[in-house]
Design a protein around this ligand. Structure first.
Ligand SMILES: Nc1nc2c(c(=O)[nH]1)N[C@H]1C(S)=C(S)[C@@H](COP(=O)(O)OP(=O)(O)OC[C@H]3O[C@@H](n4cnc5c(=O)[nH]c(N)nc54)[C@H](O)[C@@H]3O)O[C@H]1N2
Ligand SMILES: Nc1nc2c(c(=O)[nH]1)N[C@H]1C(S)=C(S)[C@@H](COP(=O)(O)OP(=O)(O)OC[C@H]3O[C@@H](n4cnc5c(=O)[nH]c(N)nc54)[C@H](O)[C@@H]3O)O[C@H]1N2
Ligand code: SF4
Ligand SMILES: [Mo]
Length: 704
């Protein structure tokens, strides 16, 4: 790795082996892979000189992705925030002056106290997501602080809530087929999942299965890298996956391909489901999904008759009005065909439900006054502009970049610009969000702090050791909230806990999965597999942790919560907008992860930004021609909420009627200062208050 200058290289080759030390850690990013890594540190300089994937980790298998291979470059980037800053220019302008930590913390504490005095603590809103997925830096001291404060609670829904809730209705938990067991599968459906870009460590297992004769099917409106590497691409219309799954079940029941024994023994509602899907002919689903009815039939038959069969569902397909119900419906498929019986069969959306960490201790929800209000992070624009009684007067942002990633940016920025809003941002870099801050606090990166990481794509818990000292005056989030707690006069002992104590507390649990999972083992080995059977077939003999103990094809709980208790189809919002003519000549837009970025992280790393090029819009030749757009031309994309500029990439790799914008660019590093989230909407999905980023109608025209 060329993290060394020439001079350092010469010094390194002179120095002795014992001058270097390997430190075990783990990638903090919001990615299912949670890779174990090894950092080589030059003891003579204290500098990290090399970063590599752990060879002995069964999922990481010695490699990191395109983005994190450049984590050292990010850590030592000349733009790293190293000192606390106070705003001197207008909000959003980005002019700041250096101040001391004491000045920064005193000012924050004083402003928060004034706001509490005048408006009550609910006028304060924390805003965080998964900039780091670490328990210490994002799910402990911070949560304690805001609970004790009595601040408005944040519903962290922006990514996975709709699908998570839908999955739980059917299976009772977020668990699934372990990634390493995909090698045994003979039929693999990648459903709204671009593995090669966003779940790279599952791919080698899929590839191995494919080499052994498995068929790999990719269901995605876009012919992604992953679709190219698959055997069959089904270019579905966005937000219509539920209809496809219903038609698959129609064919399976009609042709007698269901696993009657599994349904009888381990499911509830088999007969009612059979009746429900009777109307879902492939012809009907074809009109909705834009797929060929014969393809739907073939998919259903192959899926039901090839074993083991596994579905990798990812979160892209649930960012729609009916995203929760679609996941709930697809999650019925493996039970209907009995795929859970087989090693390498089943379904994987998330494994996060398998990690019963001690959240009571970590987050101390008991410190939160009863009935404290909760607001949905997807609606930040609405919250900052419309919520009253009390209005939000202080916003504390950490592990998130809402001025890039939240939908309906015009509303978000109008809110962030409010002169009466006191905003604090904990960051590594001067993001668009940090430009709106009153106070910016420099945070440490994963090389500089302790943490514990719980993956959502496999079953290995991992420990992160700090490898280097904090750069500049940066501090871990945990330390910043400890210091703020002191300033606020919080004297509960939990505000004194240091980071290793927090990690110990996370593991204090009687849950069987955590038996023998201890800090000592983590310190020794770096990562530990949960205490689960090996190999692990989560529902091979049923035992679904639902209220009935069965896979709930029919769900009493859903009926109680106001949903159809049976799988059904909830159309995307774009369908209504298109039908009512409201959308005019509108195209549908999806904006999934760019290969070289991680949400909005890494966009400011030159090497990765160069690789991504510039904001682009993929569109089908038919759609381009109709609008007089040529490949390579700059286009304006807009709807009633706002717009952005992109370079048209005219390609048959996206289905007609759909455009794709790889995301999430920093607005301030984009032409015109706007990104895709100026057109996405704050509308919520059907379940869990989830976001609907890919449920979006746009107009496109050559830029004037
Ligand atoms: N490189 C990279 N990796 C990432 C991320 C990143 O930003 N960059 N983000 C991380 C995060 S936060 C998450 S949540 C995960 C998962 O993030 P996801 O958003 O699930 O990402 P993908 O796996 O790329 O799956 C998205 C795919 O779904 C497709 N899609 C969109 N709408 C639909 C639909 O209605 N139906 C179907 N069938 N497909 C649809 C998109 O075209 C895209 O190819 O990835 C993580 N990994
Ligand atoms: N159009 C569109 N929008 C999307 C999506 C999409 O697919 N399309 N995906 C959505 C999804 S799935 C998600 S999960 C959200 C993600 O949204 P966010 O969770 O906001 O993710 P990032 O954009 O990566 O921003 C994380 C920020 O946290 C900072 N950070 C990282 N580690 C630390 C730390 O230890 N301390 C502090 N203080 N800061 C840290 C990083 O520097 C970075 O600026 O975006 C959503 N937005
Ligand atoms: S972003 Fe994902 S694939 Fe890349 S190193 Fe981190 S965990 Fe691994
Ligand atoms: Mo996400």
């Amino acid at each position: 790795m060329s993290m060394l200058t020439d001079k350092e290289h010469r010094a390194a080759s002179r120095s002795r082996r014992e001058d270097f030390i390997d430190v075990r850690g783990v990638c903090p990013h919001d990615c299912p892979d949670t890779c174990a890594w090894i950092v080589t540190v030059d003891r003579t300089t204290g500098r990290a000189v090399r970063l590599r994937g752990a060879e002995d980790h069964p999922i990481t298998r010695g490699f990191l992705c395109t983005k994190v291979n450049h984590y050292l470059e990010r850590t030592y980037h000349p733009d790293r925030l190293l000192y606390p800053l106070r705003r001197t220019g207008a909000k959003g302008e980005g002019r700041f002056e250096r101040i001391t930590w004491d000045e920064a913390l005193d000012e924050i504490a004083q402003r928060l106290k004034e706001i509490i005095e005048r408006y009550g603590a609910e006028a304060i809103l924390p805003y965080s997501y998964a900039g780091t997925m670490g328990i210490v830096q994002g799910q402990s001291m911070d949560r304690r602080f805001f609970h004790r404060l009595g601040a408005t609670r944040l519903l962290r829904t922006i990514c996975s809530e709709a699908g998570f809730v839908g999955l739980r209705y059917t299976l009772g938990t977020a668990r699934g087929t372990p990634p390493e067991e995909f090698v045994h599968a003979r039929y693999i459906i990648l459903w709204g999942a671009n593995l090669l870009s966003s779940n790279a460590h599952l791919w080698p297992f899929v590839r191995e299965a494919q080499k052994n004769g498995a068929k790999v099917v990719c269901i995605d409106p876009v012919r992604t890298r992953t679709a190219h590497a698959s055997d069959w691409w089904l270019p579905i219309l966005p937000g219509t996956d539920g209809a496809l799954a219903l038609a698959m079940m129609h064919v399976i029941f009609r042709d007698g391909l269901e696993d009657r024994a599994f349904i009888e023994e381990h499911c509830i509602g088999g007969d009612r489901l059979r009746e429900q899907v009777a109307e879902w002919t492939p012809d009907r689903a074809a009109v909705i999904t834009g797929l060929d009815p014969n393809a739907i039939m073939q998919l259903a038959r192959e899926y039901a008759t090839t074993r083991p069969a596994v579905i990798r569902l990812n979160y892209g397909m649930q960012r729609h009005a009916g995203g929760g119900m679609a996941v709930r419906t697809i999650a019925c498929l493996p039970a209907v065909v009995g795929a859970w019986r087989d090693l390498g069969g089943g379904l994987l959306l998330s494994t996060s439900g398998a990690f019963p960490l001690n959240y009571q201790k970590l987050e101390r929800p008991d410190l939160c006054p009863p009935n404290t209000r909760a607001l949905n992070m997807v609606e930040l624009g609405r919250i900052l502009n419309e919520v009253d009684d009390p209005p939000i007067k202080a916003l504390v942002v950490y592990n998130s970049n809402p001025a890039a990633v939240a939908p309906d940016q015009a509303a978000v920025r109008k809110g962030l610009s409010r002169e009466d809003l006191f905003t604090v941002v904990l960051e590594h870099f001067q993001t668009d969000t940090a430009d709106y801050a009153d106070i910016v606090l420099p945070a440490t990166t994963q090389l500089e702090h302790w943490d514990l990481l719980k993956p959502y794509g496999h079953y290995y818990l991992a420990l992160n050791r700090p490898a280097i000292a904090p750069l500049g005056e940066s501090k871990p989030n945990s330390e910043i909230f400890r210091l703020l707690a002191q300033r606020m006069g919080f004297d509960e002992p939990c505000f004194q806990d240091d980071d290793l104590t927090i990690i110990r507390q996370a593991l204090e649990s009687d849950a069987p999965e955590l038996v023998d999972v201890t800090l000592e083992r983590l310190l020794e080995q770096g990562f530990v597999r949960l205490n689960l059977p090996d190999p692990y077939r989560p529902f091979a003999d049923g035992r679904f942790p639902t209220p009935s103990g069965k896979c709930e094809l029919y769900s009493e709980r859903m009926a109680r919560d106001g949903y159809d208790p049976l799988p059904t189809y909830i159309p995307p919002n774009w369908e209504e907008e298109t039908r009512s003519g409201q959308a005019g000549e509108g195209l549908r837009l999806v904006s999934p992860p760019a290969h070289s970025f991680l949400n909005s992280t890494f966009v400011n790393i030159e090497r990765l930004r160069r690789r991504e090029g510039e904001p682009v819009l993929w569109m089908h030749p038919d759609d381009a021609t109709r609008r007089g757009i040529e490949d390579g031309q700059i286009v304006r994309v807009w709807n009633e909420r706002g717009g952005f500029l992109a370079r048209a990439q005219v390609t048959e790799d996206v289905r007609p009627g759909v455009c794709m914008a790889p995301s999430v660019w920093w607005p301030k590093l984009s032409p015109g200062g706007q990104n895709v989230n100026f057109v996405t909407s704050q509308a919520l999905a059907d379940m869990g208050g989830g976001a609907t980023f890919h449920d979006c109608v746009i107009n496109v025209a050559p830029a004037g």
